[in-house]
Design a protein around this ligand. Structure first.
Ligand code: SF4
Length: 459
């Protein structure tokens, strides 16, 4: 199986890659198959059944809205976030839905969008079923999908055999473990990012790789900018006031304080992460990196590199993203990037590990030091549970990204002071993360039935 950098980093919308981006893609994929099979025009009703974590925290994560947008023919990459609310309202008011914006059917949200909070589908906690019926009420199509994290969607067959979207593209330097990746680097005398470029060229030309990486870096920076300026209260009912604009004003209005306090750089890093995750919580445009819940960590560490590291340049930005992707691929191959499957260690933990490795790379680390940075970034996130209050990607998610970004910087710095010959390898920590996730009680895996979600009183 081959996973591309651009599978891990996709420009989409908040608040959740598994609960928003994945279901939107699944709805579209269901309809595309009907078009392909010539049955689209006979569809008179569509029903979507959501299971497991999608049912338990789906409303807070906007899964219902995402499914509707997918049925309307929207894609996470291109949908205008500002239009989602009014269009969903229109469907609810009119009780009609234009499938793929060209075939009108009746749609009763209470009947056609069902949250099964007490049952799960067999292969993953984020399961959903789409059914299509003709005018006589006869079932003409039924498909099951799983949203396995990071916006990846697999159908039932793929889920029963393997957790990764099958892509048989042959790569010049395939790797599925940190040890294999380091061996390639040593044999070929390549940096990790160079291995990634060679592999990416199985799908794209070098100029296209550069162009798409630049688009991702720009989207990350735009998201930071938006988040620093967009004021207000986050949606969902928790009445969480956006903090980034005030933090931004504080930091920019009293620059002399920064000169006296060298650790004020950490305030900036926290600001960048909080800005992104507030945008995400508000349903704004974000880059899945590797999930939406953890979308603030890589942009925050990247901004730290760009703004505070002497000699930072565009080439460094591209190296940063490619190195981060290599580490994300390892977690996706051998563990999981889904909070519903392994808890928050799979989201914030993985993003921290990716960012630590990426920063170590652009600060001049050897492949072994980069691998060590990734290992440290995950080792100290092991066991991190997923317990979003009220099912919203706000508490603890937003602040947790700030902590993850700061931890990533520290991990990179620690690794750069070593020789990369640490006792715990990245592969061992990935296996430990997977085992810990398997042992973790279900209530700590994006169900909002444990941890902070239980102990924090909803407003
Ligand atoms: S707690 Fe972590 S895994 Fe759970 S929704 Fe928040 S960011 Fe995602």
């Amino acid at each position: 199986m081959a996973i591309s950098t651009f599978d891990l980093f996709s420009i989409g919308i908040g608040p959740s890659s598994s609960h928003t981006v994945g279901p939107m893609r699944a709805a579209g994929r269901f309809l595309e198959r009907l078009v392909h099979d010539g049955r689209f025009q006979s569809v008179a009703r569509v029903q979507c059944d959501l299971y497991g974590s999608l049912a338990l925290t789906g409303r807070g994560h906007g899964t219902d809205r995402a499914v509707l947008m997918g049925l309307l023919g929207e894609q996470p990459e291109t949908v205008d976030p500002a239009t989602i609310g009014p269009r969903v309202q229109q469907v609810q008011d009119s009780r009609h839905l234009d499938l793929l914006s060209r075939h009108s059917i009746e749609f009763e949200p209470e009947r056609d969008l069902v949250f099964h909070k007490r049952s799960s589908l067999p292969y993953h906690p984020n399961g959903m079923r789409f059914s299509a019926f003709d005018a006589t009420g006869e079932l003409i199509a039924l498909r099951t999908f799983y949203s396995i994290g990071g916006g990846f969607v697999v159908n039932e067959d793929a889920a029963s055999e393997d957790r990764i979207v099958p892509d048989a593209t042959p790569l010049p330097h395939p790797f599925t473990s940190g040890a294999e990746l380091l061996a390639i680097c040593e044999e070929q005398k390549l940096a990790i990012w160079e291995v990634m470029v060679r592999n990416e060229m199985a799908w794209r030309t070098r100029p296209r790789i550069r162009k798409e990486l630049r688009a991702i870096a720009t989207a990350m920076r735009d998201c930071v900018e938006q988040g620093c300026h967009n004021e207000g209260v986050l949606p969902g009912g928790l009445q969480v006031v956006r903090r980034a604009p005030k933090l931004y004003r504080d930091l920019t209005s009293r620059p002399e304080e920064s000169l006296r306090d060298p650790l004020s750089i950490l305030d900036w890093v926290s600001l960048f992460a909080i800005a992104v995750n507030e945008e995400n919580a508000a349903g704004g445009r974000v880059v899945t990196a590797p999930t939406n819940g953890a979308a603030g960590i890589l942009p925050a560490v990247l901004e730290y590199y760009r703004r505070f590291q002497p000699g930072a340049d565009e080439k460094g930005v591209l190296r940063f993203l490619l190195t981060a992707a290599a580490i994300g691929i390892l977690f996706k191959e051998k563990a999981s990037i889904s909070g519903a499957e392994v808890g928050c260690q799979g989201e914030v933990g993985v993003a921290c590990s990716m960012a630590a490795a990426a920063l170590a790379e652009v600060l001049g680390g050897t492949p072994r030091q980069v691998e060590n940075a990734a290992e440290i970034g995950m080792e100290h996130n092991l066991g991190l549970t997923c317990d979003p209050v009220n099912g919203l990607v706000q508490i603890p998610c937003i602040e947790r990204n700030a902590m993850g970004a700061v931890k990533a910087i520290n991990a990179a710095r620690l690794a750069l002071r070593g020789r990369g010959d640490q006792k715990v390898s990245l592969d061992k920590v990935i296996k430990t993360m997977r085992d810990t996730g398997a042992d973790m009680k279900r209530k700590y895996k994006e169900t909002s039935r444990g941890g902070l979600a239980l102990n924090v009183i909803e407003c």
